[in-house]
Design a protein around this ligand. Structure first.
Ligand SMILES: [Mg+2]
Length: 392
């Protein structure tokens, strides 16, 4: 089998990223203006799809633009066409080295992640097996989903929103970003209101953001002492974790806050490549590592991260706040983990992110989502929707 094309597919929507207002029912919106998908096709009629969270317009050039002649300056499509899609690890290395001068992290790694995921999908389709079989065999058929959304602006709106997710059947809720971080006193009131609404049994997760979301001019970030104080102030409301709130380059600060914090720390959506995760985990940065499969280097890297997490005896919960393609890849990884806590369930999907797979995953009455069990990835891309929204 040979790869015949690697295609960046640029979709345009009518909504913009939006934090929530003071109204409880005003749901946040994820990236509803641009979304890129990647499709890898083969000469045997199999094709793999992935979504990518990145600067889509630049990503198109990195995948299918003009290469330069030297290794390290090649575009990704050039490196792959004609190759055997089943040679996953060899191709990962080829893409990494072939783009090394401009890549290694950031957009190039995001694109490599999407391609790697698509190749895993093709491998599973070729084998006629669900992807989790190739990853090592599933240990569960469902996983608790947490509703993942943004902070509301007032305690009353937080209370009503949290009640709403509980009424829909969620056993865990995460609030992130939005107004959090602008006023330490209000921050505590918002978390307290959510805990009151969720009661003692449901999990409450807090994602403060590592830079102020609404900043204009120079961002003012918390000091390491303020980051520890943040954990201490919200500890009485028993967050299941506090997420991604330290500058992503400061591994030593993560380790220091974690050593002193009364609450568990989660992060990893900003971390990419196995080399970086090895440092992140071995330096003791987090209790819960959160690789994003469209940013970390794809399933090939995430699988290694899972082994590192197991050896360090910490938890792994993939970051998954995009279309249901990412949810599907995340679910196959979750299926094979020795110990699994949650699927991140994006309740803030825009019409654009939701439309890609037409709402493939539903919350079961017990607050879980089922692991896909068909051959390949187990979700279908809505070709008509993609055609209607495609702009390149
Ligand atoms: Mg986050």
């Amino acid at each position: 089998m040979r790869i015949t094309d690697v295609e960046p597919i640029l979709l345009r929507g009518k909504e913009a990223y939006r934090a929530t207002s003071g109204e409880a029912e005003a749901e946040a919106t994820d990236n509803g203006d641009w979304q890129m998908l990647v499709r890898v096709t083969t000469d045997e009629g199999l094709s793999g799809w992935s979504d990518v969270e990145t600067l889509s317009t630049a990503a198109v050039a990195i995948i299918s633009g003009q290469s330069m002649g030297i290794t390290g300056f090649r575009t990704l499509r050039d490196l792959l066409v004609g190759e055997d899609p089943l040679d996953l690890e060899r191709l990962w290395d080829k893409l990494y080295v072939g783009s090394a001068y401009y890549g290694r992290r950031g957009i190039a790694l995001h694109c490599i992640s999407a391609i790697d995921n698509a190749l895993w999908s093709i491998r599973a389709q070729a084998a006629g097996l669900p992807l989790h079989k190739l990853l090592g065999g599933k240990r569960r058929d469902r996983i608790t989903a947490y509703a993942s959304t943004l902070f509301r602006e007032t305690p009353q709106a937080m209370f009503e929103a949290a009640k709403g997710y509980a009424a829909r059947g969620f056993r865990a809720v995460k609030f992130g970003w939005g107004v959090f971080g602008e006023d330490p006193g209000r921050d505590v009131e918002l978390v307290a209101a959510a805990r009151e609404a969720l009661g003692p049994e449901r999990e409450l997760l807090v994602d403060p953001g590592w830079y102020p979301a609404g900043w204009k001019g120079a961002p003012r970030m918390r000091s390491r002492r303020e980051n520890l104080e943040l954990c201490e102030r919200i500890a009485p409301y028993r967050p299941g974790w506090v997420e991604d709130f330290v500058h992503p380059e400061r591994f030593d600060e993560y380790a220091w806050v974690r050593a002193h914090s009364p609450v568990p720390l989660a992060a990893g959506e900003q971390v990419s490549t196995a080399w970086e995760f090895e440092r992140f985990i071995s330096e003791g940065c987090v209790d819960v590592v959160q690789p994003d499969l469209t940013r970390c280097g794809g399933l090939t890297v995430a699988r290694e991260v899972a082994r590192m997490a197991e050896r360090a005896n910490i938890d792994l919960v993939p970051h998954s706040w995009l279309t249901d393609l990412l949810n599907a890849y995340s679910l196959h990884l979750i299926a094979v983990l020795p110990r699994a806590k949650f699927l991140e369930f994006n309740v803030s999907q825009s019409a654009l992110t939701r439309g890609v797979c037409g709402g493939a995953f539903k919350l079961e009455p017990d607050g879980t989502v089922m692991i896909p069990d068909g051959p390949g990835l187990g979700v279908e891309v809505d070709a008509d929707f993609v055609k209607a929204h495609r702009v390149n």
